[in-house]
Design a protein around this ligand. Structure first.
Ligand SMILES: *[C@@H]1O[C@H](CO)[C@@H](O)[C@H](O)[C@H]1NC(C)=O
Ligand SMILES: *[C@@H]1O[C@H](CO)[C@@H](O)[C@H](O)[C@H]1NC(C)=O
Ligand SMILES: *[C@@H]1O[C@H](CO)[C@@H](O)[C@H](O)[C@H]1NC(C)=O
Ligand SMILES: *[C@@H]1O[C@H](CO)[C@@H](O)[C@H](O)[C@H]1NC(C)=O
Ligand SMILES: *[C@@H]1O[C@H](CO)[C@@H](O)[C@H](O)[C@H]1NC(C)=O
Length: 760
């Protein structure tokens, strides 16, 4: 019986196979071992073609890669992909992956970092630094890309200004020196770009790319604001650096084959810094196109800054955690946009909003107030989903909606469509007390979970509830600030637990920067408003802060490697407020840990003059891959050359010269077990003697540094030391973490490294 069913099934599938014209193809990225090319081929592209032909008669190349990887991308059936993997010289055939932008799309307050660039030398080299931004493209008309006062395009630049829909070469200037778009992978999967909906060109129809590029290196623009919120002068971190835009993200997402080609091109174009506010998955480095491309960029001396992701506050939620990437989490600024709720019972509730004005709001004085869950037949009526509110119940009222599922601003439009006159958006347990200010289309404010509960109690107990929303504009000097944003992705690092990630946090909440003229501030199609600047949040916004700061450091110290620049940013980052209290995590209301903030919050002025740096070379990273026990093919696909790990050598991840320490101990570790970490410091400051100190509360572990003092007599001198983590008698229970800090100081510089100890 079972047998015959099986047969019929096979037959049925077989018939299907015979009658369908062709099996569905999808995109693959093919990594080739270029050094294995048979001598009979004149050029590697001929060899790639021949390899592809041997697996498929009809497949065509999408891209041929030269710099980011050796190989190509193409569309294949699963069978063809399998057969290609067995061709000589083929290392891997990896399926296309979709990546996402790391924005929460939460229009909020303005704010450039209060740290400004004034202390940085305005040297010519600062304006020779080129930041490549992989994103949704660029809105060249933004004032942030005005090139007044900038000298000629740096001689090192080899890129171009690619023409396309509504985009000509005149879009580029001495600030926006280049722009390209990459859509072949996207179109192979999702079909031709509909130019009525998005520009097949570097033009940014989304806003995200304009926002990140202007945050990194936007020119100074006086009188910037969003509807008067966060008014002031908008400026990127590196106002004199140049921008090259690489559009890789489209309405349907960002595809790995396009991302890889953009990195390939950016390397060729000669960018100095690559800023990528996107990510996807948490696959091993040799399967992740961002990590693969970043490795090649690092080999060329390019610093790669990426967003950590917005999957916090859960642990192990990081993306972009390769050690050759600078991984950036998000913190708040000291600005807020209060919009109070004044209840009919006389109580005031604090909320936030970027609603445009208060002329309508003033007419809402003590307006009837209702909970959406009481104005809908739907079981999820509290969420204010499209069409779920009963107009007779909400007409003329302020409606309270719960956060979740549909977009926050859309909830407001649902209330408006049903006849409501205002909205109160309440957090649920999922969001806790983190408030998001939005540019709502009707008078609205957002409140935290606890306050939301209070408001609901009032709504359910009063027979005639009323409320008013009072918009108070922009408030600065909020304390404490920064605090780590709840959405900011957290460690530990799920791929390499012995490397601490994120590396650092930077402003990523309520950031004001340039915006596209093609969409409104909410990004919703019903939002017909157009703004020059927008306020949004995400690690997407913190990443370009660090990209810009890296460009400033590169300008000040052109000889520094990407690892030296990252080290300077990390070892000078701060983990306490001016009053000595530890940085807070908004998700817990408690001090944040190195798994939340890495080395701490970026402090650009101190980073200029770090004293010592932890440097890294390409070989150090290759040794790191050996320590991970990567196969020869895996290493070759990343390094693009044959590299054989030395069988006789003992490689250890703990010896990667990283500016932080992640220590993993098994809770069964025998007392007196020791883990040793070796590090080498390079002097980039004056001669001096540095002494070490270790602080923190690390129960069950004794930390010793040898030697305890290092003397440097000249520039670029290197000195090594070893840190031993010894398990003492008293073992803590499993899955506990403890934290400390290791600092070298000569009395003038403090070179700090976070320590995170985990028991499992
Ligand atoms: C083309 O770009 C201009 C800005 O130069 C913009 O105002 C216009 O809306 C764009 N047109 C389309 C169809 O996107
Ligand atoms: C509530 O806030 C308003 C506006 O700031 C203020 O006038 C009023 O006194 C406050 N009421 C209470 C009870 O704090
Ligand atoms: C409103 O909804 C809440 C909770 O969903 C419920 O407890 C309450 O009884 C409802 N009130 C009315 C008047 O239906
Ligand atoms: C909700 O339910 C009531 C009573 O069952 C019904 O009269 C009304 O049409 C429903 N409204 C909506 C919007 O579904
Ligand atoms: C690599 O292999 C060695 C020897 O088998 C092992 O001791 C080590 O833990 C492995 N390293 C990693 C990172 O898996």
């Amino acid at each position: 019986m079972g047998m015959s069913t099986f047969f019929m099934l096979v037959l049925f599938l077989g018939l299907c196979h015979c009658t369908t014209a062709e099996q569905k193809r999808s995109t693959y990225i093919v990594h080739m071992a270029k050094s294995e090319m048979p001598a009979s081929f004149e050029h590697h592209t001929h060899w790639y073609d021949a390899s592809l032909k041997s697996a498929s008669d009809s497949a065509e190349m999408l891209y041929t890669y030269t710099n980011a990887i050796h190989g190509f991308s193409t569309q294949l059936t699963p069978e063809e992909a399998d057969s290609l993997e067995f061709q000589p010289g083929v290392l891997f055939v990896l399926p296309e992956l979709k990546y996402e932008l790391h924005t929460t799309r939460t229009p909020e307050f303005l704010g450039l970092d209060h740290k400004n660039n004034e202390l940085f030398p305005e040297s010519n080299s600062a304006s020779d630094v080129i930041i490549g931004v992989l994103d949704t493209g660029i809105w060249p008309e933004s004032k942030s890309f005005d090139d007044a006062g900038l000298g000629p395009v740096p001689a090192s630049w080899k890129g171009e200004c690619q023409v396309g829909t509504n985009f000509t070469t005149s879009a580029c200037n001495r600030k926006l020196i280049g722009a390209r778009y990459f859509s072949k992978g996207y179109e192979a999967t999702l079909g031709p770009i509909e130019t009525s909906k998005e520009s097949k060109s570097p033009r940014d129809d989304d806003g995200h790319g304009t926002h990140t590029a202007s945050t990194a290196a936007g020119s100074v623009v006086a009188g910037a604001s969003l509807f008067g919120y966060a008014p002031g002068t908008a400026r990127g971190m590196a106002t004199r650096a140049r921008i090259a835009a690489y559009k890789v993200c489209w309405i349907g997402g960002c595809f790995s084959s396009d991302i890889l080609m953009a990195i390939d091109q950016a390397i060729d174009d000669n960018v100095d810094v690559l800023s990528m506010s996107l990510g996807g998955g948490m696959s091993d480095y040799f399967r992740d196109s961002v990590a693969i491309g970043a490795f090649s960029a690092m080999e060329k001396g390019i610093l790669i800054s990426c967003s950590a992701g917005n999957a916090g506050p859960s642990a192990y939620s990081l993306s972009n955690s390769a050690p050759w990437i600078t991984t950036v989490g998000a913190g708040t600024l000291d600005r807020d946009f209060p919009a109070y709720l004044s209840l009919g019972n006389g109580k005031n509730i604090s909320g936030v909003s970027l609603y445009r004005g208060n002329s309508e709001a003033t007419t809402l004085t003590m307006t009837p107030f209702i909970y959406a869950g009481n104005a809908s037949n739907s079981t999820s009526g509290n969420l204010c989903m499209m069409g779920s509110l009963i107009p007779e119940k909400v007409k003329g009222k302020i409606v309270m909606c719960d956060r979740g599922v549909n977009a926050r601003v859309q909830k407001g439009t649902v209330v408006k469509a049903a006849g409501g006159v205002g909205m109160v958006l309440s957090n649920t347990a999922a969001n806790g007390e983190e408030l998001v200010a939005d540019a709502h289309l009707l008078p609205a404010t957002a409140v935290g979970q606890k306050d939301g509960e209070d408001v609901k109690n009032y709504l359910f107990s009063d027979s005639n509830p009323t409320t008013t929303i009072l918009f108070e504009g922009t408030k600065v000097g909020i304390e404490p600030s920064p605090v780590v944003a709840a959405f900011s992705s957290r460690g530990p690092n799920s791929i390499t637990p012995d490397i601490l990630k994120p590396d650092i946090v930077a402003p990523g909440v309520n950031i004001l920067a340039g915006w596209s003229g093609a969409v409104g501030p909410t990004g919703l199609s019903i939002d017909s408003r157009r703004v020059s600047f927008n306020i949004i949040s995400g690690t997407s916004m913190s990443c370009p802060h660090v990209s810009g700061l890296a460009a400033l450091l590169k300008g000040a110290h052109p000889e520094w490697s990407p690892a030296a620049i990252r080290s300077a940013l990390m070892t000078t980052a701060y983990t306490a407020y001016k009053n000595g209290q530890k940085l807070q995590d908004v998700a817990t209301g408690k001090p944040s840990t190195p798994f939340d903030h890495g080395a701490g919050h970026v402090d650009p002025i101190s980073a200029l003059n770090p004293g010592l740096v932890y440097d890294l070379t390409v070989d150090d990273y290759l040794n790191f891959l050996c320590a991970l026990n990567y196969t020869e093919s895996e290493i070759t696909s990343l390094a693009k050359r044959k590299f054989t790990c030395d069988e006789s050598k003992k490689y250890s991840v703990r010896d990667l010269n990283y500016p932080s320490f992640a220590v993993n101990l098994a809770s069964g570790s025998s007392s007196s077990a020791v883990l040793k970490y070796s590090r080498t410091l390079t002097n980039v400051g004056p001669a001096g003697t540095y002494k070490v100190s270790v602080t923190g509360d690390t129960p069950g572990v004794k930390i010793a540094v040898e030697p305890e003092s290092l003397s440097f007599t000249q520039a670029n001198e290197k000195k090594s030391y070893t840190v031993s983590f010894t398990v003492t008698g008293s073992l803590p229970s499993s899955s506990m973490s403890s934290f400390g800090k290791l600092e070298w100081s000569d009395g003038k510089h403090i070179v700090g490294s976070p320590i995170a100890i985990s028991w499992s």
